[in-house]
Ligand binder design. Structure first.
Ligand SMILES: O=P(O)(O)OC[C@H]1O[C@H](OP(=O)(O)OP(=O)(O)O)[C@H](O)[C@@H]1O
Ligand SMILES: Nc1ncnc2[nH]cnc12
Length: 182
């Protein structure tokens, strides 16, 4: 474990808020917004995620909290960022994917015009990995657009859910990092 990741883990442990029964009964919601609101938390999580990107030339941040991370990492690493958005926000044409998550279903979209993703090496980031539906949908969209999804990372992987298996079985060549499990 590098010192950078150790610092991020300490900030995550110190600042994550656990919310029972949100957004539905039986779900324990891991609220990472206090981690990102803390200056040392934001800096350490950004540095730790950037340290595991590998050789990439673009960061993709997943709606909505992944946007905060994606922008910060891109700036930290001197890269650009693309937003993977919830459905209905982008002008056409778009690449679109519908998926299930821990508490419902949703659709994600990326632009099919304006950003040429063909052959770009992309690092995908989000705050939480639970069932893996969101991350797999985002990766699928980027692949549809011709990108090479080299790596993905989240701040926290939810214990006892099959997110990691779902992502690594669908994309065996991808490097997937979670800074913590909770
Ligand atoms: O692995 P999964 O089961 O797909 O769950 C993980 C996703 O769930 C949360 O997002 P949510 O859809 O609640 O949206 P938000 O970021 O807009 O709050 C979280 O930010 C991840 O994107
Ligand atoms: N338990 C959880 N906490 C925070 N975000 C999530 N996304 C899906 N499951 C979640």
């Amino acid at each position: 474990m590098t010192e950078t990741i150790e610092r991020a883990r300490t900030a995550i442990a110190d600042h994550t808020r656990l919310v029972p029964d949100f957004p539905s009964p039986g779900i324990q919601f891991k609220d990472l917004t206090p981690v990102l609101a803390d200056p040392a938390g934001l800096a350490s999580v950004t540095a730790a995620l950037a340290s595991v990107s590998g050789d990439v030339d673009l960061v993709a941040g997943i709606d909505a909290r992944g946007f905060l991370l994606g922008g910060a990492i891109a700036l930290h690493s001197g890269l650009g960022v693309v937003a993977v958005r919830k459905a209905g926000k982008l002008p056409p044409p778009v690449h679109s994917a519908t998926y299930d998550l821990e508490y419902g279903s949703a659709s994600l979209e990326i632009p099919a015009d304006g950003i040429d993703l063909r052959g770009r090496r992309v690092f995908v980031v989000d705050d939480v990995l639970a069932t893996g539906g969101t991350l797999n949908a985002a990766i699928g969209l980027l692949l549809d657009a011709g990108a090479i999804v080299a790596s993905a990372a989240v701040v926290m992987e939810i214990d006892g859910l099959p997110g990691r298996a779902a992502v690594t079985s669908a994309h065996p060549d991808l490097t997937l990092t979670a800074l913590t499990t909770g």
